[in-house]
Every structure is written in C-alpha cells, then in structure tokens.
Design a protein. Structure first.
Length: 510
C-alpha cells in the first residue's frame, strides 16, 4: 500500500510539471515545441576501386591509296599537304577508338614506300616512278604506333595496272622489265600467278617490306586471278595463261591448277613471313562468299570458280592469322544475309584463327537506293560481338568511315566502344607472355622499366584518379607517361607482338 501511495504522488507531481510547461508555452504564443532537424552532411561518393578489364578486339579501317580513293586525295598535293592528310586520318581513326590501320602500299606492281624493286606509285605525284619527297609507309607506321594502333601493310599480289596506262608505266615497272610475266586481260594488266618468276618477285617484295619496316602484319586482298570481264558481245574473256599452263606440265585441270597457284602463294607467304618474323601476322580479305549455297540460301559470285580463291581452305589450313571476308551486305539482304555469312565463316575455322569481317562503311548514306542506314554498321558490330568467337572487324574505307557526314560512322563506332582495345592475341605465333615491368610513380609522372627477356610491343596503362579509371595503349618504345591528375592507383601490363599479355605491375598511392 505504501508503494502504491508513493507512485500516485509521483504521477501527480509529473502532471503538475507538464501542465506548467504547457501553460508557459501558450503564454508565449506557441502550441507545440519546435524540433530542429540536423544539418545533412555531404553525400558519400562511392569510389570505383575495381580496375576495368582490358578489352581485346580488332577494330580496323582500310586506307586505300589506289586511284586516290582515301589518301592522298589528289596527286597534285605537296609532300607537306599529303603528310597533313595522313595525320588527320590517323587522328580520326584513333578518336574513333580504332586500333588497326590497313594501309595500301602496293596497289599494282608499284610502291607507296621507298623501294628498289618497284617504282613509286603514280597517285603520289601523278607520275609513276617519281619520288614524292618522303616515305609514306615509314610515316604511317610511326603515326599509327604513336596513337596505339597497329599498321598492317596491304598489298595486291597480282594486279599490275590498267591497259590505258601502259604507256605511262615507269621504265622500272615489271611490264617494261619483264613483259613475259604479265598478261593483258580486258581493261587490265595482270601478273600471271602461274609463273614461278611472278611468285618469286612478289615474295621478294613482301620480304623487303617485312625486313625494312616495323609493320604489324602483311595483308592481301581479294585480287588473285582477275574478276571476269566480258567482251563487246557480252562473252566472258578467258584469262590468257594457256602457254603458262602447258609449260607447267600439271596434270590438274586448268581451274584446279589456277587454284593451286593461289594456294601455293598464300601458303608460301605465310611460311616465309613467319620465318623472317615469327610473330608478324598474315591476313587476307577475300570476297565474302566462298561458293553460292554456303550457307544455304546465299547466292552471288562464285569466288572459288571465277577468281580461283579457295579462301575457306586457307582458313582451315591455318595459312592465315586472320581472315577478313568482305561481308559487304546488309543484315536484311535476302540472298547475302550478313548474320548467315558471319556464322558460316566462323564455323569454317578448326585452327582457331581470327575471323574479322570486312564491313561496308562506304555504303552508309552513299546516295544510292541501296544505301545503308547509319545504324547498319553499328548493328553489324553488335552481331559480331554477340558471337563467342567474334573478336574484331575492319571497315572499308577510310574516308567514308572517318569523314563522310562529319564522321557519323566513326562516331557511331566510338559510341559502342567505351574503352580502348588491344588487338586479340595470336598464341599460335608465340604463346609465351612478356614479363612484369617495374613501375615508379613520381607526382603525375609514371615511369617504368621492362622486364628482361621478350620485348614489349605494347603497354596497357590503367590509371585511377579522383574522377575514375582511364585506359591507354602505348607503343612498346615508350616508358614514361605524364597524366593530368594525381594518380591513386596505376596498373601496367606488357603485351608482346603476338598480343600475349604479361602480368600486372601495380602501384597504389601510399
């Protein structure tokens, strides 16, 4: 009972106090106490500490020199103007996050580089054999490498020119020095692939390029035997190699013999290039249809039968390090479906070589009734990337990709490529990765020392600052980099010429 009385007295006391406080508040004109919320602090920033993956993809562009298609735009330009145009193309390619430039250096038994074997190409000065005053291939190699891009030297093995130009060919052109090796075919002049001396000469040219220039690949396109021409009556003109065929003593049919001549050259080029530089890539860009009906529903030129190119065999035999079939049709093309051809080519690859389809950027908004829309090429790239073995693509051609419509196609490709990419590895050429470099960071300057052993061809530098991660790909002769913000973390990897990636050197701000 005493405890109950005590609790009642305490309750009454609290009630009197509460009543007094309420009366005081009313006297002050307030009906309830004011509660002030705490001042919020700054919103926490989630720091992205996970390093970005190193992207592996070939993103190429062909730069054609024949007939001044891409570069130089006119043969009347000065050497300085030609250099400026090439710098501009390389800058645009790098800005689009491309990493491979396929540069046309031997269009027709001539040279877009300094050569003692063949004359200077006429598109440089307007006169075949005239020195342009600089070496375009040497410049292209330096420009590409300085921008983190590979430079592939593109040749036409057997094309020799046009008949209308025969009187304009330099005295040192093979048409004038070894006329017996060349054939007139309709409107064209052609090296006869069946002549052993022709194959020897072309391989001498290839060896000369490989030995004197620091290129990343030798690349040949689809001109082996000529595409068929018709005479005035519409009848197909036969290629004039009957005498060559008879002298060969071959027991093969004429068609099989022609295919064997091309096969022999492809295999020889691969073997001899790799003997000189084992990690140098050899690439071919054949016509996009091997044979009609492959795959089912595909129709078009029979490259196997008409230009004697058994391109599927070259891929299956592993005579190429990459094949770039020219899939110059749209996704919706009824008889040349891009995805159907893409999947077929990727399935013809038991040796696991790269298949980097050629895409027809030149057809985007080209003013014809069959023009591609601006979404066609980005959508084709998406299809390639969706395939497990889709590791790259090459765009034809340079000016339409990089300049037409203010560079719309290049911008679209860049928009789908969030990060710079390193060209995929070719481990069949060299499976041993380079070592881990040693890195030192002083303020905003990065400096590194390569590991002993195999030289680095490329460096992949990933840097995290207060604004996030960036990735750069640098040529192997560079060993310093100055950045614009204070680094918090730096990751560095070496890649060799075959593309093998070494271990990671890491630095973290103390």
């Amino acid at each position: 009972m005493a405890l109950l009385v005590s609790r009642q007295r305490a309750f009454v006391a609290r009630s009197l106090i509460l009543s007094s406080c309420m009366a005081l508040a009313q006297a002050c004109g307030s009906t309830s106490p004011t509660i002030t919320a705490p001042t919020p602090g700054p919103t926490p920033v989630t720091q992205d500490t996970t390093p970005p993956a190193i992207v592996r993809e070939a993103r190429g562009v062909w730069i054609a020199t024949v007939a001044n298609i891409d570069w130089p735009t006119r043969s009347t330009l000065s050497a300085d103007q030609q250099r400026a145009e090439l710098v501009d193309l390389m800058d645009r390619a790098a800005a689009a996050r491309l990493n491979t430039v396929v540069f046309h250096i031997r269009p027709a038994g001539d040279a877009v580089y300094r050569s003692t074997l063949e004359p200077w190409a006429a598109m440089l000065t307007g006169v075949q054999g005239k020195d342009p005053g600089f070496d375009p291939l040497a410049l292209a190699v330096d420009l590409a490498h300085a921008r983190g891009m590979e430079l592939h030297a593109w040749i036409n093995p057997f094309r020799a020119g046009n008949t209308r130009d025969t009187l304009l060919l330099a005295a040192t052109h093979q048409f004038n020095t070894h006329r017996d090796r060349l054939r007139i075919y309709g409107s064209q002049v052609w090296f006869d692939p069946g002549e052993n001396a022709v194959q020897d000469h072309v391989m001498n040219v290839v060896r000369d390029i490989v030995q004197r220039y620091d290129v990343d690949a030798i690349h040949a396109d689809d001109y082996f035997y000529p595409y068929v021409e018709n005479d005035a009556t519409g009848k197909a003109i036969p290629f004039p190699d009957s005498a060559t065929y008879v002298r060969s003593g071959s027991t093969l049919s004429r068609d099989d013999w022609r295919r064997s001549n091309v096969d022999r050259f492809i295999e020889r080029m691969s073997r001899e290039v790799h003997a000189l530089k084992p990690a140098l890539k050899v690439g071919i860009s054949p016509f996009g249809i091997w044979r009609p009906g492959n795959p089912a529903g595909v129709n078009g030129l029979d490259a196997y039968a008409s230009i004697y190119a058994d391109s599927r065999k070259w891929l299956q035999q592993g005579w190429v390090d990459y094949l770039a079939p020219q899939l110059y049709w749209s996704i919706a093309a009824p008889q040349q479906s891009f995805p159907a051809l893409l999947d077929w080519w990727m399935a013809q690859n038991p040796m696991g070589r790269h298949v980097w389809p050629g895409l027809a950027a030149y057809r985007v908004a080209d003013g014809t009734t069959s023009a591609f829309t601006e979404l066609e090429i980005p959508n084709q790239v998406k299809l390639i990337r969706a395939r497990p073995t889709g590791t790259g693509f090459i765009l034809y051609n340079g000016n339409t990709t990089l300049k037409r419509n203010s560079g719309a196609t290049a911008a679209a490709i860049a928009a789908t490529s969030a990060s710079p990419a390193l060209v995929p590895a070719s481990p069949w050429l060299d499976a041993v990765p380079p070592g881990i470099p040693t890195i030192v960071v002083s303020g905003r300057q990065l400096r590194w020392t390569p590991a002993s052993g195999e030289a680095a061809r490329w460096w992949v530098v990933r840097v995290r600052t207060s604004t996030g991660w960036t990735t750069q790909i640098l040529f192997g002769d560079q060993n310093t980099l100055t950045i614009t913000q204070d680094p918090e973390r730096v990751l560095l990897n070496a890649a060799d010429q075959a593309g093998n990636l070494g271990g990671t050197a890491s630095w973290t701000h103390p």
